[in-house]
Design a protein around this ligand. Sequence first.
Ligand code: PLP
Length: 375
Amino acid sequence: MDNSVETASQNGLAFNPNVAALPPYNAGMNIAVARSISGRDDIARLASNENPDGCSPAVLAVLASPSLEPWRYADPACAALRAALGQKLSVEPGTIVVGNGSEELIAAVSRAMLVPGASVATVVPSFGLHEIEPLAQGAVVTKVAMTYDLGFDLAALEEVIASGPRVVFLSSPWNPVGPALDRGSLQRLIAAVRPGTLFVLDEAYFEFADHSCPDGLEVLRASEIPFVVLRTFSKAYGLAGLRVGYAICSNAALARVVAAAKTPFNVNVAAQAAAIAALGDEAWMLASVARLRGERARVGAVLEGLGFQIAPSQTNFLFLDCDGDSATVASALLREGIIVKAWREKGYENYLRITIGAPADNDRLIGALARIARR
Ligand SMILES: *Cc1c(COP(=O)(O)O)cnc(C)c1O
């Protein structure tokens, strides 16, 4: 990587320095690589927060249906999907922007809002793109560290938000840690927002949260501040490979600028049809979420019994303190054919993020961690 940057600059190319300096996005390990390292075929992929239940059969049916026309350009406005979302959420479709995954919308919001030197506030540990996309625009990112008991540092967040950044990026439920802001905490942060700040609440794990967690969209709509709520079909609906996420904006003028910052044909025909089919089968999603929540509680309790400290989770993953470099534990698990994510942000290298998988894969994880804990 560094080599190719050097070679290119020797060829007289001038890069956008903000982009050339970006840290890499730490994506989950590829299955083929894991097979060759572990020598096993049956890889348990517990690193990318995918849905082990797959997706609704209604999605598979629409993907195989002759009504799907791959030779046509997709609707750049995603009108049918936005209408379906508008109805489900009781919001004006004109305030919704659909993205090639919600990650594209993090980039679009950054492009729409940020100029070089603009300030952005987020947390650490963080979802990488909440930092990477602002940095690509030349923004200056301030990160508020989590508390020792693995929660949001509300006082510190309040202070940074009140300092008037252009954009605040927070995920709640929080990737990679797991907890969600409760209603009072979210309202406290909203009250700290000054004119000129856009509050972005990334609810990628919204569906996995229990009833003690507020619906961030509802809380933000009741406030006066400008906001973007991000949600995705990648996690609870199981469409990670198709790439569909959406932004609900506080008003249509903001949505127009966010939409202007995306590419025109960003969501392909298969993805749009699949997302509409997934919305039409909420029962499948709710049943899957119920199974995964049950597994989350079971796996969390067993691992705590083994002596691991685990953050409270409102998501489909657990954030676990290895009491030592988590990369060592991740390598030991990989040798047993289990992929997990060793966190690499500075100060958090002892943590592993582990996706809740199918029960058999979770049992393999528990067995392997029990052997590691005994050493
Ligand atoms: C997974 C995730 C996303 C990205 O989801 P896509 O819709 O697949 O791009 C966005 N934000 C957070 C916090 C996530 O964990």
